[in-house]
Design a protein around this ligand. Structure first.
Ligand code: ADP
Ligand code: MG
Length: 209
C-alpha cells in the first residue's frame, strides 16, 4: 500500500479534516485504509469512535495511535495489509516528525487560506524535502472567487512544492460531519463537498498512475 502523511505546523489548518475526508472517499472507492493518529490531541481517534457509534465496524478501515517517532514502524507494518495508510500529525514541526515524513509516499500539506497559514508552511516543506518525500499543498477553507484565495494560491505555488488543482472550500458540512464520524460526502446533503473531495482524491491517486 501507499503511505500518505498529513502535516502542517499550523493548528486548525485542516489536517484531520483532510485525513478523514480522504479516507472516506478512498473507502467509497473500495480501497482499504488504515488511519494512524500521532497527535496527542486525538481528534482523529474521536472521529473514529463517533464513526463506530454511527455505522459500526467497517471492513477495510482500521484505526491506531502511535507516537510520532513510532509512525514509520507502524505504517510500514500496516501498508502490507492496507491499500492506504494515512498518518495524521500534531501541529508542530520538530525532529519527531521526521519518521512520518520519511516513510510517506506523499505528504499532504493543508493550508487554510490565510497568510498566517501560508507563513507556517515553509517549515514542513523544508523538512519533507530533507527527508526526500514529495509534498502536495492543498488549499483548504477557500472562499472561491475572492482576491484572498487567488493571492494565497499564487504565493503557495511559489513555495516550490506541488499544489493541488482542487481546492477545499470553507463549508459548514466539513465541521459538522467531522463531529459525526463521517466524511462530508457521506452525509446526504453535501453534493458539492462530495464532488470536491472526489476531485482531490482523483488528483492524489494520479500520483501513482
Ligand atoms: P488540524 O487537524 O490541522 O488542527 P482540523 O481538521 O481539526 O485542523 O480543523 C480545524 C477546525 O476547522 C475544525 O473545527 C474543522 O471542522 C474546521 N475546518 C477544517 N476545514 C474546514 C473547511 N474546509 N470548511 C469548514 N470548516 C473546516
Ligand atoms: Mg488535527
Amino acid at each position: 500500500g501507499r503511505i500518505i502523511t498529513v502535516a502542517q505546523q499550523k493548528g486548525g489548518s485542516g489536517k484531520t479534516t483532510l485525513a478523514v475526508n480522504l479516507a472516506a472517499d478512498l473507502l467509497r472507492r473500495g480501497h482499504s485504509v488504515a488511519l494512524i493518529d500521532t497527535d496527542p490531541q486525538g481528534s482523529l481517534g474521536r472521529w473514529f469512535l463517533e464513526r463506530l457509534d454511527r455505522i459500526g465496524e467497517q471492513d477495510g478501515l482500521e484505526f491506531s495511535t502511535s507516537s510520532a517517532w513510532g509512525a514509520s514502524y507502524e505504517s510500514e507494518k500496516l501498508k502490507k495489509r492496507f491499500d492506504f495508510v494515512i498518518i495524521d500529525t500534531p501541529p508542530k514541526i520538530d525532529s519527531d516528525l521526521r519518521p512520518a515524513l520519511r516513510v510517506a509516499d506523499l505528504v499532504l500539506v493543508p493550508v487554510a487560506t490565510s497568510h498566517v497559514d501560508l507563513w507556517a508552511t515553509e517549515g514542513v516543506l523544508d523538512l519533507a524535502r530533507r527527508e526526500k518525500s514529495e509534498a502536495l499543498i492543498v488549499l483548504n477553507r477557500t472562499r472561491p472567487n475572492t482576491r484572498l484565495t487567488a493571492e494565497i494560491a499564487e504565493k503557495a505555488g511559489a513555495l516550490g512544492a506541488g499544489i493541488a488543482a482542487t481546492q477545499i472550500a470553507n463549508r459548514v458540512a466539513y465541521a459538522e460531519t467531522l463531529g459525526q464520524g463521517l466524511g462530508a460526502g457521506e452525509s446526504g446533503r453535501n453534493a458539492t463537498a462530495r464532488a470536491e473531495v472526489a476531485a482531490l482524491t482523483t488528483e492524489i491517486l494520479s500520483h501513482w498512475d
